[in-house]
Design a protein around this ligand. Structure first.
Ligand code: FE
Ligand code: FE
Ligand code: FE
Length: 182
């Protein structure tokens, strides 16, 4: 009878740890970890620059939520036996830069600035929605069920934030901005 060589794998191993896909997944996790950390500061700045209370509150709420998402990402890293580390996300850096430009190019205390801030914030949220959608699916593919659950929770928060920002814009912000002169 042929004997098989036993492989030495940790108990929780899914057998994918040395795959290229796993490496890609971990790299993408590091990317969104960097993005979330920098977005927290950007959201705080956007909230400070917002004119309407409604928008300021929404941004502050999401800033707190984002801090929770950072902690959740640390749980994701832990659940797959990786050390949490950040890798610069070029896209989020660019999106944040654009948001800063919008704030510079619009007048303080105007609703037009709010329209610009919503636009910048939604671009960042859409990047996150795409990232977490991919990460959640990859986690499932790789057999990381706990990570997939955690990533799905954050994905829902990002979608909810995006919807809320649309509601705020369509509620009265966009209409109010129409009457502001340049
Ligand atoms: Fe986030
Ligand atoms: Fe990125
Ligand atoms: Fe977000």
């Amino acid at each position: 009878m042929a004997t098989k060589t036993k492989t030495q794998e940790p108990v929780e191993a899914t057998g994918v740890e040395d795959s290229a896909l796993n490496e890609l997944f971990v790299d993408e996790l590091k990317d969104i970890y960097w993005a979330e950390k920098h977005l927290t500061k950007a959201l705080a700045k956007m909230a400070k620059n917002a004119t309407s209370d409604e928008l300021r509150q929404a941004l502050e709420t999401h800033m707190t939520e984002t801090e929770g998402q950072i902690a959740r990402l640390e749980q994701v890293f832990e659940s797959i036996g990786e050390k949490a580390s950040a890798k610069k996300c070029e896209a989020m850096e660019g999106l944040i830069k654009e948001g800063e430009e919008i704030m510079k190019d619009t007048e303080d205390g105007t609703i037009t600035r709010d329209v610009g801030i919503i636009s910048a914030a939604q671009k960042a949220e859409h990047y996150e929605i795409a990232s977490y959608g991919t990460l959640k699916t990859l986690a499932s593919t790789l057999g990381y069920n706990e990570a997939a659950d955690l990533l799905a929770q954050t994905l829902e928060e990002e979608k909810k934030t995006d919807d809320l920002l649309t509601q705020i814009a369509e509620g009265n912000i966009n209409q109010s901005a129409k009457s502001e002169k340049k």
